[in-house]
Design a protein around this ligand. Structure first.
Ligand code: LLP
Length: 430
């Protein structure tokens, strides 16, 4: 199987960042997320360089929903990243990681009064998703005696080749304002006293393995940029979102590189701003591409059962990696201690959760997994731990970082006490 450069196989054993996965599993226990922070920094530099080669005023905003670990966000902050934050919690994380408020965009299609107040207080830019939200934000900013810098989220009404649950720019999607209503929205924003329209924003979807949809989205954004510039909006930034996919099928996915993405999108963007006579910053919001391939999930085989298929029962399932159950997502799996051994049969890796759909990988060729083996699930750095739960009252596992030849905990495992820590039992006898 093809592996990215931070993964490797030595004497048949899978390594990440130079560390033997089986040994890490022994040291820290399983299940275990292991993340290579140096890979994340490298991914960031490559993506940024690909765009900045066309247009130096490019600002990368990490989509913090993809991975909410502070060590990860700090790694990206140190590289100069800002963040797309989709909740007050993600805003808090980004600020704690040392990101500057001016490099953050507060996104979201359903912001609460508290969210809006926090956005105003911290001075971050807000991606506004409806006219009602605009009016609420104006009122909140007025009360605070401040002005909020905003972009509207544009719904570009684009079909994109990805799982329907993660296509976000469809005409029918809950996100954004239809392109044909956008000019009126900016006119209202211009007339509002406590909001200042300074950007435009869109995001067409996630895990997109073609570059052409991004070029089409950039074209839609050019139209919007022209209209709002004519209206008198002084555009500080144009944010084209994230969405570039990664090759989850290592040997067969043809995933575009950031350079190919830039070659498709940048000429469209550059033509657009030239025609408008403006020089805004370009903002992009990659999540998956920056962190997806940086992590493996190490799980232990509890038992192997031959039934209508052969199930390899492991110690984590959709409680720690929901993508296969939720999107039928594919992740490569390897027996970490015999990573280059020939398959002796076809196996289905099943989690311990009480649901039929709790399968991490189906019908894969593996070399005779046995109880006690460590299995590595690859490419879990994006939307992996971030979407985990305590379902079946299973404490979440630890996360280990590898960087500079060392390994260390970046999140301790939860205990049973952590599960009950927030619970109270009201007295029913009163
Ligand atoms: N910007 C906005 C406004 C977004 O909604 C998203 C992702 C991104 C940026 C980052 O997209 P990326 O570069 O990571 O594709 N849980 C799903 C993915 C949901 C994506 C939601 N929005 C999964 O596991 O595939």
């Amino acid at each position: 199987m093809r592996l990215p450069s931070h993964l490797g196989i030595e004497h048949g054993r899978l390594r990440i960042g130079g560390h033997d996965c089986t040994t890490l599993a022994e040291i820290y226990g399983t299940p275990l997320y292991v993340t290579d922070l140096d890979r994340i920094a490298g991914n960031f530099r490559r993506f940024h360089a690909a765009l900045a080669a066309h247009y130096p005023q490019t600002q990368m905003l990490f989509a913090a929903k993809a991975n909410g670990n502070l060590a990860v966000i700090r790694t990206l902050a140190a590289e100069g990243a800002g963040a797309d934050v989709f909740s007050a919690g993600e805003l808090e994380l980004a600020l704690r990681a040392g990101m500057k408020p001016e490099r953050l965009l507060f996104n979201g299609s359903s912001k609460s009064p508290t969210d809006l107040a926090l956005a105003v207080e911290t001075g971050v830019r807000v991606s506004v998703d409806s006219l009602e939200e605009l009016r609420q934000l104006d009122a909140v900013a007025a009360e605070a005696g401040k002005t909020a810098g905003i972009a509207f989220r544009v719904n570009p009404a684009l079909e994109v080749p990805t799982h329907p649950k993660i296509a976000t720019g469809l005409k029918t999607s809950k996100f954004g304002i239809p392109a044909e209503e956008i000019t009126a929205a900016y006119a209202e924003a211009l007339a509002s006293e406590h909001v200042e329209p300074v950007g435009i924003h869109c995001h067409i979807g996630s895990q997109i393995l073609e570059v052409e949809p991004f070029a089409r989205a950039a074209e839609v954004m050019n139209g919007v940029a022209g209209e709002v510039t004519d209206l008198g909006v002084d555009l500080d930034f144009i944010d084209i979102g994230g969405g570039l996919g990664i090759p989850y099928h290592h040997d067969t996915d043809a995933a575009p590189t950031p350079e190919e993405y830039a070659a498709a999108v940048m000429p469209v963007f550059l033509r657009g701003i030239r025609e408008c006579g403006i020089d805004p910053s370009l903002w992009v919001e990659p999540g998956r591409w920056l962190v997806g391939d940086s992590s493996v999930l190490l799980v232990r085989v509890n038992s192997v059962k031959r039934a209508h298929r052969t199930f390899v029962n492991v110690d984590a399932g959709f409680n720690l990696l929901v993508r296969p159950a939720m999107y039928d997502a594919y992740h490569e799996v390897l027996v970490a201690g015999r990573a280059d051994a020939a398959a002796d049969g076809t196996y289905t890796v099943a989690g311990p959760i009480c649901e039929t759909g709790d399968l991490l990988a189906q019908d894969r060729g593996l070399p005779a997994p046995q109880a006690g083996d460590t299995i590595a699930v690859l490419d879990v750095g994006a939307y992996g731990f971030a979407m985990s739960s305590q379902y079946n009252s299973r404490p979440r596992c630890a996360e280990v970082a590898v960087t500079g030849g060392k390994h260390a905990i970046m999140r301790r495992a939860e205990s049973f006490d952590d599960i009950t820590a927030t619970m109270e039992t009201p007295d029913r006898t009163a």
